[in-house]
Ligand binder design. Structure first.
Ligand code: 5AD
Ligand code: SF4
Length: 465
């Protein structure tokens, strides 16, 4: 099991680099800017990157123009995400020409692919270093070498990336926190690049996770999300028979008022024990994100998802039986190779049957290196787009109806903060992550309050105190 963790010796070596960086930046008032693309896992990684950079003596800034170090944390899940990352990296060329001492690093899922690392090496000369998601703990070393004008560094992850415990964290929010419980993915869904860029599954020790959550609750955090590509397989490689249900039950025992969320589950691994554990405490939020991907069992087979629609629906029925008003959300891909009109109709059928509160819809994007990239019968773009629009149309009607059904109810929300456009309007979230806007004279940011819902549309609710 120890082989899953970065050794104390390696962490000590990084501490020496960190001392070296601190000497170089001391008293210079250097600032750091970190930009994040992609999923919550990347958000969580960026909080660690900011933590490391501030421990090195940098002040975190939101102003990319003046930053002395810029880190771009990239996503590779769809082509669009990669294009966006490349265009963002492209704009930092000006920072380097304006100030040649600016340090520029690229990390995350995109450069973990060899062809992208090569592209960054040859076409983006101003990028100082590039590293994969499994090498984040080596940031002090990369910064030290860049400040010393060493060679540009292109660091591929190890064959089996490891978990680094104890890295500093600067969190975005004072009331919402991500807690990674595991890293990587073993599932190899045929469309997905994640297992290639984030390596095999490895779980943090339960004590480490539970202590982190306990610390967060003590600091006043009220919304905690346990993160992993497939949180349902948490603990599989740990000794002691730990699993996600154990983790939920132990965390739910922590004293304090908070919501616990899970992100993301894989239907093939949802056990009756987990459904039972979800209802074990009021601290466990009454919502569940269960990616469907397709409503056709044939398509699911070609996606290598290891469940069929009967199995999927039995989980949904189990969740609804335990808690009839549970908020359900999902991910769906349209236009997977070979998806027929009939397959697509089956997806619409499941969407209508489940009545999700919201659906994250995606157009299939072929990722180089995945089996689906090579599959015959790729679907033409205009058909994919038409299915995407149709799916959203069907779901939007359901979302609106479900939101409208909440009018008149009084519900508990966690206040996120002021709306960007209007000082008197606040934004909050329900337990099921629905957005609720309301007006207030007092600032309740970070607190639980009760709102009466007065109005609803497809994407938001409106309420009053
Ligand atoms: N194309 C489109 N969507 C994808 N996803 C993952 N890979 C792809 C791809 N190649 C979607 C899945 C997953 C979500 C995070 O992104 O629905 O659940
Ligand atoms: Fe990708 Fe499938 Fe792993 Fe999710 S479970 S990260 S979709 S391979």
């Amino acid at each position: 099991m120890l082989e899953n963790f970065v050794s104390a010796k390696e962490l000590e070596a990084q501490a020496c680099y960190a001392d070296g960086v601190r000497k170089l930046v001391s008293g210079k008032g250097y600032t750091a800017f970190v930009i994040t693309l992609g999923c919550q896992q990347n958000e969580a990684d960026s909080e660690r990157i900011r933590g490391i950079l501030s421990s090195l003596g940098y002040t975190i800034t939101q102003d990319e123009k003046i930053a002395d170090i810029i880190i771009v944390n990239t996503c590779a899940i769809r082509e669009h995400a990669e294009k966006r990352a490349l265009s963002i990296i492209g704009r930092y060329k000006h920072n380097k020409s304006a100030n040649p001492d600016t340090v520029i690093g690229v990390c995350g899922c995109m450069p973990a692919q060899a062809h992208r690392a090569e592209q960054l090496k040859h076409s983006y000369h101003y990028v100082d270093f590039v590293f994969g998601t499994g090498s984040l703990h080596r940031l002090p070393e990369f910064v030290f070498n860049a400040l010393n004008k060493g060679k540009r560094a292109f660091v591929p992850d190890e064959q089996r990336p490891k978990i680094a415990e104890g890295l500093p964290v600067v969190r975005e929010s004072a009331h919402k926190a991500w807690v990674s419980i595991m890293y990587g993915c073993n599932n190899f869904c045929t469309y997905c690049i994640v297992p290639y860029v984030r390596g095999r599954e490895r779980s943090r020790l339960p004590e480490a996770v539970i202590d982190e959550v306990r610390g967060l609750v003590a600091q006043g955090y009220k919304d905690i999300t346990l993160l992993g590509q497939n949180v349902n397989s948490y603990g599989k490689e740990l000794e002691g028979g730990y699993n996600i249900s154990y983790l939920l039950r132990e965390i739910a025992k922590i004293d304090g008022e908070f919501w616990l969320h899970l992100m993301t589950s894989h239907p093939k691994d949802v056990s009756p024990e987990l459904i039972e554990a979800l209802g074990a405490s009021k601290n466990i939020a009454n919502c569940f994100h269960l990616p469907l991907q397709s409503g056709s069992s044939e398509v699911l087979k070609r996606m290598n998802r290891h469940y069929d629609i009967d199995r999927y629906m039995s989980i949904i029925d189990g969740l609804k039986a335990k808690s009839p008003d549970i908020v359900l959300t999902t991910d769906i891909i349209v236009g997977f190779p070979g998806e027929t009109d009939e397959d697509f109709e089956k997806t619409l059928d499941i969407v209508r049957r489940v009545k999700y509160d919201s659906v994250y819809t995606f157009i299939f994007s072929p990722r180089k290196g995945t089996p689906a990239y090579e599959m015959q019968d790729q679907i033409p773009e205009q058909i994919k787009k038409a299915r995407f629009d149709r799916l959203n149309e069907v779901q939007n009607e359901i979302s609106r109806a479900k939101n409208e059904a909440m009018i008149g109810k009084t519900i508990k929300v966690l206040v996120d903060g002021k709306s960007k456009s209007n000082d008197q309007i606040y934004t909050s979230r329900t337990e099921g992550n629905k957005i609720v806007h309301f007006e207030a004279d007092e600032d309740y940011t970070g607190q639980f309050i009760k709102l009466k819902i007065t109005r609803a549309d497809t994407f938001a609710l409106y309420g009053e105190i």
